[in-house]
Design a protein around this ligand. Sequence first.
Ligand code: PEP
Ligand code: MG
Length: 543
Amino acid sequence: MAEKFSGKKFSGKTVYSGITMGKVLILRKDPQIRRVKIADPEAEKERVYGAVDRAKQQLAALYEKAVKEVGESSAAIFEVHQMMLEDDDYLDAICHMIQTEMINAEYAVSVTGDNFAGMFAGMEDEYMQARAADVRDISVRLVRNLSGQEEVDFSAMEPSVIVADDLSPSETVQMDKKRILAFVTVHGSTNSHTAILARMMNIPALIGVPMDLSEIRTGMTAIVDGAAGEVIFEPTEFQCSEAERKIKGEQEKLRLLQELKGKRNETRDGRTIQIYANIGSVSDVGYVLENDAGGIGLFRSEFLYLGRDDFPSEEEQFQAYKQVVQTMGQKKVIIRTLDIGADKQADYFDLGKEENPALGYRAIRICLKQPEIFRTQIRALLRAAAYGNLSVMYPMVISVEEVKQIYAFVEEVEQELKQAQIPYRIPEQGIMIETPAAVMISDELAELVDFFSIGTNDLTQYTLAIDRQNQKLEDFYDPHHKAILRMIRMVVENAHKCGKWAGICGELGADLELTREFLDLGVDELSVAPPMVLKVREKVRGI
Ligand code: PEP
Ligand code: MG
């Protein structure tokens, strides 16, 4: 295999430049389950028992780890799964199916899992209904074990180049960023949240790479060159030395950028702009400080909700927000309320399948319809605001009525906190401008809110009617489209007329080709991936 692959090069679309070299780790999706006739049912049953034993060991290890990291109550789910694996009805049903239909273990496990999950989901009792997701989880684990595709323990892996068919934000968010050298995927779009995470991590990332995953092995060496849009598997000696030369060049460029730390974001003719950073987790604050950002312009709080089995509690959120504002000291921290839905999915929200998820039940719509979820977050935010320079912003707002509903809700929460004598502060409150509707009524919205932050990723998707997730439409997704730039102008003008400020927190904010135009339009703030802060500063200072 290595022989055949030596020096094999593939091209893809660059999500983030930079160059790296390291070992490959392949992440495979859940295996396709096919119904296969078998001759020896006893051997199939033995395979099932083996997979069950392995699953018990995995769950015991997960339990131990979770107890240490998130506490006993959150870890209990792994104990529940172990107990469910002892359930005779479930195992008997699998074995019965293998015996009577003479079919393979994977198929029997999968169908039995679906049947049991359906049965639980149809029960009256809410607790039993919730077990449906657990049975599905267990079945997936068993099928993975049967097909030899065990889950990767992200916390234990060595620094690797992640190669996958595609990655979802909930998968990406679980990875330990220090252990990822690069992402290379067959599918995906440069505007997806997985791409945004790659930019935040400052690692080379390529998508749309036409590689055959069955030919690539974990442990192979790969060079990922984001700037060239290329990945090379099992590089030759010459390719390695070329890569090393480029890596040194990149390091030198980075070193030069460091000299801009502590300098003002000021053009030669004296105009200034705030350059803030976007983050997705508490641990990203380190990158913000390292890159000398003036504040945090977008904390995507929904990432706290991804890659887990249940809602984060008020206390957990409060601690996370408080830690961020305290670490940032006087600097502004803008926390966006939950923007779940579309590509950011967490099973426990039970959002159901939608025809058009990007136009669906997401973000502020969920918060206004399920106030119990919103209340927990607003309480945590108001409490954390007492500890620093925290601002809150609301995503996907399309009307004045929504803003009024949000304010009424915040007031209710304020009364609760006041009565309970819990320390809090009402923070500065702004909205994201992500829809053409919000742009068109930005004059009215500006009167109500403290600031605007333009989410150009969604604004581009909704204005051009182009799904930002759809790889086929990449060539049509044009954030430089005149319509978008005119919208930005309109939003900034309407904000300024009311004495409010307006920034950009979508990926366009880091587009160096537009920095001059943003300054000309009077944009007050650009919030960009932390590794882009000094690059934008360099650009501003050269204007
Ligand atoms: C945006 O839409 O531009 C934005 C910043 O939000 P997100 O990318 O998380 O949807
Ligand atoms: Mg958005």
